[in-house]
Design a protein around this ligand. Structure first.
Ligand code: SF4
Length: 235
């Protein structure tokens, strides 16, 4: 921490204010993937790599009906599964992950999705981000889901200087109450897609302007900024 950087206490105070403001802006922020069980969310999250939630939601009704249990994924016919998930892209790798996932769940976890980060990250196709999505949204166990939007916004807010998702996660965890971790992840994702874009953030139309140390990184003219705001649908 340099002489000019805010004290940790000031940083915490500002981070919580930003979190409260985001809660007002996006009161219904949530995952846009459809699921009814931890297994379904795990599968949907694996499929969501490099594609939109909307596209995933188009294939999952057929997929979930065809493979209701981990054992069904383990015993799946590769060609048949590839055909079902083809439109989500990278379908060969994703099929490998899903069949491997089913086998690993049956071999090591009695066919159930384990509710622990350290177990989840041992599964094929499951990194820390996916594991936290499942913990937070299917098990109600708070998790910070550091995707590209989350990392960018956390850096702009001065919550971290790191590009490493694990370090970002650790830095933000010291600022935001644990109970808010899952919903904060959704809120950052929503704000990143709508207002705080990677290339031209809409600073002049941003409700966080007075709290954000990066105000001015994008156009501050209200009319110019208003045109940059995206209203969706996104998924
Ligand atoms: S003020 Fe600008 S940089 Fe800060 S959150 Fe808003 S859009 Fe992003």
């Amino acid at each position: 921490m340099t002489a000019e950087s805010p004290s940790h206490t000031a940083l915490v105070r500002r981070a919580r204010r930003i979190n409260r403001e985001l809660a007002l802006l996006y009161p219904d922020a949530h995952t846009e993937l459809n699921f009814t069980s931890p297994l379904e969310l795990l599968v949907a999250t694996i499929l969501s790599a490099q594609t939109t939630d909307k596209r995933v939601n188009m294939v999952t009704p057929t997929l979930f009906a065809r493979y209701p249990t981990a054992a069904d994924y383990a015993a799946a016919d590769r060609g048949e599964m590839e055909k079902i998930i083809q439109s989500t892209g990278f379908y060969r790798a994703k099929t490998n992950s899903l069949i491997g996932l089913g086998q690993a769940l049956c071999d090591r976890f009695g066919g159930e999705v384990p509710p622990r980060l350290k177990d989840l990250v041992t599964l094929p196709g499951v990194g820390r981000k996916t594991a936290n999505v499942v913990l937070g949204n299917a098990f109600g166990i708070p998790g910070l889901t550091v995707d590209t939007h989350f990392g960018r916004l956390a850096r702009r807010f001065g919550w971290t200087t790191s590009l490493d998702p694990e370090k970002v996660e650790a830095d933000v965890a010291t600022l935001i109450p644990r109970k808010d971790w899952t919903v904060l992840s959704h809120r950052l994702f929503w704000h990143g897609r709508r207002v705080c874009h990677a290339r031209r953030p809409a600073c002049g139309a941003c409700a966080l302007a007075r709290l954000c140390p990066s105000y001015g990184e994008g156009p501050t003219d209200p009319e110019v900024a208003a045109k940059l705001v995206k209203s969706g649908p996104f998924s």
